[in-house]
Design a protein around this ligand. Structure first.
Ligand code: AMP
Length: 417
């Protein structure tokens, strides 16, 4: 049996970096006032179709959607924002305090063409803020991402930012875009032609080479912003400048989901080839209302966890296995029972301890202790039981001491604490 295409195991030898990233991220989120939220991996299909947009790649081609036994249409979540908005509304969180900050980590599912850095089950670290319209929060999220990557020792990243405008300025942009696309119709792929009427903004996101060339000089949302959106974007930019966060204003950045308004951004890396985006985010001021909640501004980002780890693997060694505190070598049945009981007691006290139950020779077990990178080895056989003393060997210095079995546990705890 093998994993499904695009799905993979993350094996224990790779986990240290995942855990390191998660720890650094959680510490940072908590310092910035974010609270963890956990949401289901399965939701009603309609939630994603309505929020991400019917005419997006994700909804049209990439979702894992199926009917359950009762015929309800369900989808494995392709992203987190829609579910978190659903949760915000379902639990009426806005009623007690509309301003909320959440983070989460977990798997997402998209049926894309798998390649390095692109999987069908991938992981995201996600942050969302509800109830704040001010551009300061846009800057803060980009600043936070910058700080996270700095703490993880990443270089070679660039933040691309854009403003996608709001429902007030969209119509004039859309008009200009449609006029432009009308002239390029013969150069667009079938998919884009189909989207002209449904969702022309998505054409700006087409990855096809011909479309890409055809839309090179397409109108940009940035040139059609209303005064409010302009001022909002100016505040984001000047704040980032003041905070020393480098960014590039990228008029062509549109993101692949429909719900974005105003500030949108991506963090790109130069070290992952084609899959260069390690994080993306933006404002979605209309989505809470669209999904049935009160009119609430909101903004968030998602980091591609798999890609982030891949970038880190290129620059750093996987943090080495910190090894084991104690390996117990028990020879004979009585010693084995004692060794087992001690190992449980020590594990319970927070001391990493291993024991081998297979009745191997002392030589084989010393080898095994080395394999575990054990700091100490405790040897107990029939002789030791008779003398009521076990032998403790420091694997670094090779010094050996005899420890009274009656006081063994407190003695060991003293050594390791
Ligand atoms: P998105 O929700 O599409 O903005 O994605 C946010 C981030 O998730 C991207 O910048 C990528 O780093 C990561 N990501 C998206 N799709 C995949 C995928 N199929 N495999 C791995 N990472 C992904």
């Amino acid at each position: 049996m093998q994993t499904i295409r695009g799905f993979r195991d993350i094996l224990p030898e790779h986990i240290a970096l995942w855990q390191k990233v998660e720890k650094v991220a959680i510490d940072l989120f908590e310092a910035f006032g974010f609270k963890e939220i956990r949401i289901p991996v399965l939701e009603k299909t309609q939630l994603f179709a309505r929020s991400i947009g019917e005419a997006t790649d994700i909804v049209e081609k990439e979702m894992y959607t199926f009917a359950d036994r009762k015929g309800d249409k369900l989808t494995l979540r392709p992203e987190a924002t829609a579910s978190i908005v659903r949760s915000y509304i379902q639990h009426k969180m806005y009623a007690t305090d509309p301003v909320r900050k959440f983070f989460m980590t977990g798997p997402m599912f998209r049926r894309e063409r798998p390649q390095k850095g692109r999987y069908r089950q991938f992981y995201q670290i996600d942050a969302e803020v509800f109830g704040v319209e001010s551009g300061f929060i846009d800057s803060q999220l980009i600043y936070l991402l910058n700080e996270l990557f700095k703490r993880l020792g990443l270089t070679g990243l660039s933040a691309h930012i854009n403003s996608l405008g709001c429902p007030k300025c969209r119509p004039s942009f859309q008009k200009a875009l449609l006029e432009f696309l009308e002239l390029k119709k013969d150069k667009l792929c079938d998919n884009c032609l189909r989207r002209i009427d449904k969702n022309p903004l998505r054409i700006l996101d087409c990855k096809g080479q011909d479309c890409h060339a055809a839309i090179k000089d397409a109108p940009a949302t940035l040139d059609y912003l209303c005064n409010d959106c302009s001022e909002h974007f100016d505040l984001v930019k000047t704040t980032l400048e003041e905070q020393g966060v480098d960014f590039i204003v990228d008029k062509t950045l549109v993101r692949g989901l429909d719900y974005y308004t105003r500030t949108a951004w991506e963090i790109l890396t130069d070290s992952l080839g084609a899959q260069s985006a390690v994080a993306g985010g933006g404002r979605y001021d209309g989505l809470v209302k669209e999904l049935g909640g009160p009119d609430t501004p909101a903004i968030g980002f998602a980091i591609g966890f798999d890609r982030l780890v891949e970038v880190m693997e290129q620059i750093s060694q996987n943090p080495s296995d910190s090894g084991l505190d104690l390996f117990i070598i028990s020879i004979g049945d009585i010693a084995m029972k004692k060794g087992y009981l001690w190992s449980c007691e020590l594990n319970q006290a927070g001391i990493s301890t291993e024991i081998d139950y297979r009745g191997k020779s002392l030589k084989a077990l010393m080898k095994r202790a080395n394999k575990f990178n054990a700091r100490y080895v405790l040897i107990v056989g029939e002789t030791e039981i008779n003398q009521n003393a076990a032998v403790l060997r420091n694997m670094n210095t090779k010094d050996q001491d005899s420890i009274d079995i009656d006081t063994l546990i407190p003695e060991l705890i003293k050594i390791f604490k």
